[in-house]
Design a protein around this ligand. Structure first.
Ligand code: ASP
Length: 435
């Protein structure tokens, strides 16, 4: 069976609901459906979740929120009317309004977007409605309880054939509502896919999958047909906006592939994300390229070289102590280079240097600021012996200096450091070279 999550733009109005129904009924394996709240219908439109948060801040500051809530109700009533549903939404609206007036939490307000969309969609599809509050749990500290949820959800799903489960929220130990971070319906979908032991998790949105590069930098980049969870993680480290880590974990750890699909172009295969590498159908040797500014390159060097490794170990211990994150670590017995997030490092630089000084080993440290980290990701890269050569040549052609390059420490990515103001040009040069 397949778990299909539909994002806000996929369910923004009645026409979108029809597309979703066609998609669901086109494959009988699509048995568990996770909706978001209605998103924007046009450019300047409001997302229902944003309106609900607005309602809450109006209510909390003693302002009337009813007008905003009426706008929200109309979104749902219009959908129900245009789809000729016999469902009575009024009792739901009354109950929600009463809770709002009694000072319900911001999380309760926000969650009603998904709740109402779930009620509507279940009625439209003729599927059972399963309230996420009954099967998705958080602990007292507000941390998602993965194992309890998995256990309870599994039991419930065993007794259900086809259901709609609203995304984005669950419940606290006292039964009150808690939401995930924004965009959290993706997480709900992954949690349900894990509990249902689905063969596939489909994430339906308004784009045909991920692109091999940021379209604001590279003109018309190719879509990624296939990528592994691991490769996706590497792209994220260098700034790509793909799926959130929390959302990937339930499915990647259970070995379930994710397919990103476009509700407005359902014939497009989208991006398939799997646990292990497949031969890419388009023979691209890499999955994607992304870049992120705001790094500094540290070079920490022992003044009297010898062949013991204790200095390197000491530097790493101190980096760990101060929580300094680094992306890249070439080292020798007397020298360590670290690519660090500049903002985070500068806050801790003095403590970091002071602590290394305590080891009584004379050293020097240089900090090269304003570095952008570019990562070229893909299992094909390390099997391509000329890859680093090609990166150098492509950058040289554009007169771009390489501050650092590191091939394949994680077996699937090559990091290149360039000056921040040359990042965009460098990404274009690398993308052109490999495609
Ligand atoms: N509706 C929520 C949001 O706008 C959650 C989601 O769309 O996944 O963030």
């Amino acid at each position: 069976m397949v778990v299909a999550k539909f994002g806000g733009s996929s369910l923004a109005d009645a026409a979108q609901f029809q597309k979703v129904k066609n998609i669901v009924f086109a494959d009988s394996r699509r048995m568990l459906i996770i909706p978001s709240a209605p998103g924007r219908r046009f450019d300047k439109d409001e997302k229902v979740t944003d309106l609900l948060y607005l309602c809450h801040s109006q209510q909390a500051s003693g302002m009337p929120f009813q007008k905003t809530f009426e706008e929200i109700q109309k979104r749902y009533s219009d959908i129900a009317k245009q789809l000729h549903l016999s469902l009575e939404l009024e009792p739901f609206f009354q109950e929600i309004q009463q809770q709002m007036e009694e000072g319900a939490s911001a999380d309760y307000f926000a969650s009603r977007g998904e709740f109402l969309n779930g009620v509507l969609l279940a009625n439209y599809l003729g599927f059972e409605f399963l309230d996420a509050a009954e099967v998705i749990f958080f602990n007292e500290q507000g941390v998602f309880e993965a194992e309890k949820t998995n256990y309870v959800l599994k039991q419930r799903l065993d007794k259900i054939e086809k259901a709609v489960i609203p995304g984005f929220y669950g419940s606290n130990p006292d039964g009150s509502i808690r939401v995930f971070s924004r965009g959290g319906s993706d997480i709900t979908g992954a949690i349900v896919a894990r509990a249902a032991q689905a063969e596939l998790y489909e994430n339906w949105t308004d784009v045909s999958g991920f692109l091999m590069a940021d379209p604001r930098i590279v003109t018309d980049p190719r879509p990624i047909s296939h990528i592994t969870y691991h490769e996706m993680h590497e792209l994220c480290c260098a700034g790509a906006t793909v799926l959130h880590e929390d959302c990937v974990f339930p499915v990647s750890s259970a070995g379930i592939p994710t397919n990103i699909r476009n509700t407005n172009l359902p014939q497009h295969p989208g991006t398939m994300i799997t646990c292990s590498a497949l031969q890419r159908e388009d023979f691209a040797i890499f999955a994607g390229v992304s870049g992120k500014k705001g790094f500094s390159l540290l070079v920490i060097e022992k003044e009297n070289p010898d062949h013991t490794w204790s200095f390197v170990q000491e530097v790493l211990r101190v980096a760990k102590k101060y929580g300094i994150k680094f992306q890249y670590l070439p080292s020798g017995a007397h020298c360590v280079c670290l690519l660090v997030e500049a903002k985070q490092f500068f806050e801790k630089q003095q403590d970091f240097e002071r602590e290394i000084t305590k080891s009584n080993v004379p050293f020097s440290m240089t900090v090269q600021p304003n570095i952008a980290g570019i990562v070229l990701v893909g299992y094909g890269i390390i099997h391509n012996r000329l890859a680093v050569n090609r990166i150098y040549t492509a950058l040289q052609r554009h007169n771009i200096d390489v501050a650092m390059i590191n091939q394949g420490s994680g077996e699937l990515s090559t990091w290149v450091g360039v000056s921040e103001n040359e990042m965009e040009e460098a990404i274009c040069a690398i993308y052109e070279e490999f495609l």
